[in-house]
Design a protein around this ligand. Structure first.
Ligand code: ZN
Length: 196
């Protein structure tokens, strides 16, 4: 599907891939799978995530099945450009928490011949497009939407339903704070909340 061979002319190598979906959809696992394959091919890989996500480990991109890969935590997306000299592949995790400049950062990287793989939530807990993700989806060459399984009915889920009562946009947490729901079950839940 992807042109993963390293051609001799680096200017033909750069592009953007986005892996998006709800929580528990395996975005980070898919990111790590692609990055590990690039590493096996001796490509130079750097991984970044926003400093806001401190759920597990400051140093690692950690997927939920504990398949880890070393990463650099940065405060702003433009800092990524400082660490990407002489790199073949750049991975970015939890992209929804980055500033909107991430879109131009990813395009700069791709334009300079770097393969950019971005993983992030496409929608927040209200079902609204999240941070820089919509613009990234529009400018990427390749988009993969992965799905979780609805906790309620077992269909494919695309919503990250927040179980706890909190109106803040960013609530970090895992199974105690969110559950994946399909469209039907998510909407049923909204109706129930409105009638309460
Ligand atoms: Zn459902």
């Amino acid at each position: 599907m992807f042109l993963e061979n390293k051609t001799s002319d680096s200017k033909f190598r750069g592009w953007i891939e986005v892996i998006c979906g709800s929580m528990f959809s395996g975005k980070t696992e898919e990111l790590i799978r692609r990055l590990n394959r690039a590493k096996i091919a001796k490509q130079k890989v750097e991984i970044f995530k926003p400093i806001i996500d401190t759920r597990y480990d400051e140093e690692n991109v950690v997927s939920h099945d504990e398949n880890t890969i070393l990463s650099t935590a940065v405060e702003t997306s433009s800092q990524i450009l400082l660490y990407t000299n002489d790199v073949d592949v750049v991975g970015i995790d939890e992209a929804q928490f980055f500033d909107t400049e991430l879109v131009s950062v990813c395009n700069k990287l791709a334009n300079s011949g770097i393969r950019v793989i971005v993983a992030g939530l496409d929608m927040d807990y209200l079902g609204k497009p999240f941070g820089p993700l919509p613009s990234l989806l529009a400018t990427a060459e390749y988009v993969t939407k992965v799905h979780a399984i609805c906790m309620n009915c077992g269909n494919l889920a695309q919503y990250s339903h927040r179980i706890i009562g909190n109106d803040k946009l960013v609530v970090l947490g895992e199974k105690d704070s969110y559950e994946p729901l399909c469209r039907v079950c998510y909407n049923k839940n909204l109706l129930k909340k409105k009638s309460n």
